[in-house]
Design a protein around this ligand. Sequence first.
Ligand SMILES: [Zn+2]
Length: 304
Amino acid sequence: MTLVNTKKMFSDALKKGYAIPAFNVCNLESAQAVAEVAGEKKVPVIIAVSEGAANYAGYDYITAIVKTAAKKYKNQIALHLDHGKSFEACKTAVDAGFTSVMFDGSALPYEENVKITKKVVNYAHKFGVTVEAELGKIIGTEDMVHSDTENFTDPDEAKDFVKRTGVDSLAISIGTAHGVNKSIKTPVIQYGVIESVHNAIPTTPLVAHGSSTVPKKWVDLILKYGGEIKKSQGISEVDIKKMAKTAICKINMDTDLRLAHTAGVRELLATHPEKFDQRDYNKAGKTYVKEQVAHAIELVEGVK
Ligand SMILES: [Zn+2]
């Protein structure tokens, strides 16, 4: 299929009480892994590319790869810019063929966030591209995103924000955290915040960032084969499942795929020191990424 925006997948998810997983990719293997698993399971999926990953791979290269992968399957696939930090980054993604963009103005003063989000919405909607924005502060570090502080999203502000910007979905701060170690503050999901924000903006799909589960098996493999991860803690699978049943329609998992790929690469190279063909170790990484994607789809979309 050709790439789609997030409109239909979110309205279905909101109605039926599940969420769409958003998986971050940065190269051929990771994009193929996500498309193959979701395509075979026939479930909607969001392939997310952060600004850092888009700069790494090239907006046009990554679009071509994801478009080619999507053509092979009949499920809905959206190509999404994760944490666009400026209007220009969002415009570049729209122009390259992304079908969904996030403008993250959460670190800006409120009025500035409203102003730039509205500008992104006006531009993106001309091309049928859906827009996600962020209100509140999510703690932690991931790629080009960092915050030392946490501010849960305010329902009244969310209502005003959606009304003034016309944004299609809203990322909210509810106690999740970016990165491999969420224990900088033990994650306690604020279900009350999800509920009150949903009551304030009942038709707007909500988004949970920083929702990696940091599976112990990948961390253990990385440590076993010479990696160094000092502290790691994820969101519990119980919480991921529970969040998926609320008004949260998109659950972002980035770290888990990185861990899975690195575990595969390290294991292959350590157990087969004679190998030096990058296809061998990238294939090993991709195999674990596919396993992780399948597991995450089961958790949030309820499809085995
Ligand atoms: Zn995020």
